[in-house]
Each structure stands twice: as structure tokens, then as C-alpha cells.
Design a protein around this ligand. Structure first.
Ligand code: RP5
Length: 165
């Protein structure tokens, strides 16, 4: 199976990114994690993106906060799918990172998830890899069924509580 690359702009993004790591791990998807910044280490970020396809990656998650150019900078240097996670920092509630990540000009796409949406970023990667992987697709189906069952269980509990009143 191809690997998922997870790049974050700073170690301060790790608490958010951890959820993507855990989600990929829960599906048995191989991944590699790096701290490369579009601003502070632009050469390393570029080199990772340029070589990602040859190095066995199938998708890249790029997480950054504030003036978040990381996902766009990665996307500029690869035609692998790039999923951007706008990270909420101490100011502006993450709206700064959301707009910086999502508003890519035509031609260089970044698939942007919600602010701090690390789980969905990992799930999109899983779904991309599952296009050619029936075993992974089955795991995704099973997770959906499990999540749905959990919601219906909550509903059943709510109905029981309401009917007891
Ligand atoms: C961005 O600036 C990083 O992705 C991080 O979200 C934010 C703040 O970085 P630090 O100052 O905490 O390293 O580049």
C-alpha cells in the first residue's frame, strides 16, 4: 500500500495532527510524519513534495496554522492529492489558516478539511487509497457501520429516557 505523508508546519501543530496519525494507524495505513514549514524550512518542504510520488506516497496531509501556506506550497510541487488541515492557533480562531489553505487559485488544488479537521483528513486519504484496495474499502465500510450503530444506540437511549418521563 502507498504511504500517507503527514507534514506539519510546527511541532505546536502536533496535538491536532495526532488525530490524523491515530486514524491512519487504526486502518493499518503506513505513514511518515515530518515537521517542515513553508516559511521556515521551504527547501525541505519542497524536496519532500517533489520526491513524494517516487518515495512511495499516495497522498499528503499538510497541517499549518496562521498564514498557512504549507498545503499550497506542497501542492505546488506534486500532483499527488494534498489534503490541507487549517490549524487553530491563538488568534483569529483558525479563520486565518482556513482562508489561507482553502482559497487556492485555480490549477493547484488543496482539498481542505474543517479547522482542526484531522480525522477527516486521514479518512479522505484512506478513501483515496481504498479506490484500488478492496480490503481497505471494507475497513472503511465497517467503520461507517460501527459509527452509525453508535448513533442509533444513543437514539434508543434517548427514546428510553424520554418515554420514562
Ligand atoms: C505555522 O505557524 C505553524 O503551522 C503553526 O500552526 C503556527 C505557529 O507556529 P509556532 O510559532 O508555534 O512554531 O507555521
Amino acid at each position: 500500500m502507498r504511504k500517507v505523508g503527514i507534514i506539519m508546519g510546527s511541532d505546536s501543530d502536533l496535538p491536532i495532527v495526532k488525530k490524523a496519525i491515530d486514524t491512519l494507524a487504526s486502518f493499518g495505513i503506513p505513514y511518515e510524519v515530518h515537521i517542515y514549514s513553508a516559511h521556515r524550512t521551504p527547501v525541505e518542504a519542497r524536496d519532500f513534495a517533489v520526491n513524494a510520488r517516487a518515495n512511495g506516497f499516495g497522498a499528503i496531509i499538510a497541517a499549518a496554522g496562521m498564514a498557512a501556506h504549507l498545503a499550497g506550497a506542497i501542492a505546488a510541487n506534486t500532483t499527488l492529492p494534498v489534503i490541507g488541515i487549517p490549524c487553530k492557533s491563538t488568534t483569529l480562531d483558525g479563520i486565518d489558516a482556513l482562508l489561507s489553505t482553502v482559497q487556492m487559485p485555480s490549477g493547484i488544488p488543496v482539498a481542505t478539511v474543517a479547522i482542526n479537521g484531522a480525522v477527516n483528513a486521514a479518512l479522505i486519504c484512506a478513501q483515496i487509497l481504498a479506490v484500488e484496495d478492496a480490503e481497505l474499502a471494507k475497513k472503511l465500510d465497517d467503520k461507517r457501520a460501527k459509527d452509525a450503530a453508535a448513533v442509533l444506540e444513543k437514539d434508543a437511549r434517548l427514546q428510553a429516557e424520554l418515554n420514562a418521563q
